[in-house]
Design a protein around this ligand. Structure first.
Ligand SMILES: NC(=O)c1ccc[n+]([C@@H]2O[C@H](COP(=O)([O-])OP(=O)(O)OC[C@H]3O[C@@H](n4cnc5c(N)ncnc54)[C@H](O)[C@@H]3O)[C@@H](O)[C@H]2O)c1
Length: 266
């Protein structure tokens, strides 16, 4: 039996069909959370079932569900929160995982529509879900939001994504300040480059050209060299600090953005 820091808590994890979000859902369910996995990918319900099965193998009887929503729309965010409250009776914790640079290229090479797409992907879902979850947290008498930001607030080949994550950091701090007196904590982690299995859902549905892969290689080199360890982190190395911040162990931490990037501070 693993630690049970989330026993009885209801947690919503966005971007949970793969990557860091899926890792968060897996470990939280094993630690007793009742988890709603939200994603635009239609296989998220399948992942919710796998997560419950994995928690079972680790000795925890888990209650999980999947919900398909496009969180780049406010309606999608509101529907996901309403479903969680109806399915589990309340919401205690929201982990915002949706995001990720769609394209890597020098800023001058971005087309205007591509700039908009990065902001829609990596800022708006977090802004929308933070707003949509608030009535549920206030009704509960408090709760916790953990936003997954990025150390790419300082980095090359993805300036629009950097700006989006800078926005995530700003909303984390301001929302924390505004709602601390209502017993709501708002925190973030800023992951560095993270190794993961091949993505079932690609960041860029259109695929990357050879030139884009070369620009991505330049970003990967900059990210790796900026760490003290000269390596990427693992999904587990991202999940652990996210769940520490989500847990009551972090009860006196709010408004903070924790770099989890091997010494790089973004
Ligand atoms: N992987 C890294 O190296 C890294 C580094 C720094 C920060 N981050 C941040 O961590 C978070 C997770 O990254 P990852 O690499 O694990 O993600 P990923 O790209 O592997 O998965 C993202 C998930 O979000 C879902 N998604 C995308 N747009 C959506 C939308 N509009 N509505 C609902 N779901 C949507 C996708 O379907 C996918 O399942 C992101 O916010 C990313 O910016 C990742």
């Amino acid at each position: 039996m693993t630690m049970q820091r989330f026993s009885g808590k209801v947690m919503v994890v966005t971007g949970a069909a793969q990557g860091i979000g899926r890792g968060v859902a897996l470990r939280a369910a094993a630690e007793g959370a009742r988890v709603l996995l939200v994603d635009r990918a239609d296989f998220v319900a399948e992942v919710a079932t796998e997560v419950a099965a994995e928690a079972g193998r680790m000795g925890t009887t888990a209650d999980t569900a999947g919900f398909v929503a496009d969180l780049e729309t406010y309606d999608g965010a509101a529907a996901a929160m309403a479903f969680a409250a109806q399915r589990f009776g309340c919401i205690d914790i929201l982990i915002n995982g949706v995001g990720g640079a769609i394209r890597m290229r020098p800023f001058a090479e971005f087309e205007p529509a591509q700039i908009d797409a990065e902001i829609r992907r990596s800022l708006m879902p977090t802004l929308y879900t933070c707003h949509a979850v608030l009535p549920h947290l206030l009704a509960r008498g408090g709760g916790t939001i953990v936003n997954i930001s990025s150390n790419a607030t300082r980095g090359i080949r993805r300036v629009p994504y950097s700006a989006a994550k800078g926005g995530v950091n700003a909303l984390t701090q301001s929302l924390a300040m505004e709602y601390a007196q209502r017993n709501i904590r708002v925190v973030a982690t800023a992951p560095g480059g993270t190794s993961a299995p091949p993505r079932r859902v690609p960041r860029n549905a259109a695929g990357d050209s050879d030139q884009e892969r070369a620009w991505m290689g330049e970003a990967v080199q900059q990210v790796t060299e900026s760490t003290f360890f000269k390596r990427y982190g693992s999904i587990d190395e991202q999940v652990a600090p996210i769940l520490f911040l989500a847990s009551d162990e972090a009860s006196y931490i709010t408004g903070s953005v924790l770099p989890v990037a091997g010494g790089d501070t973004g």
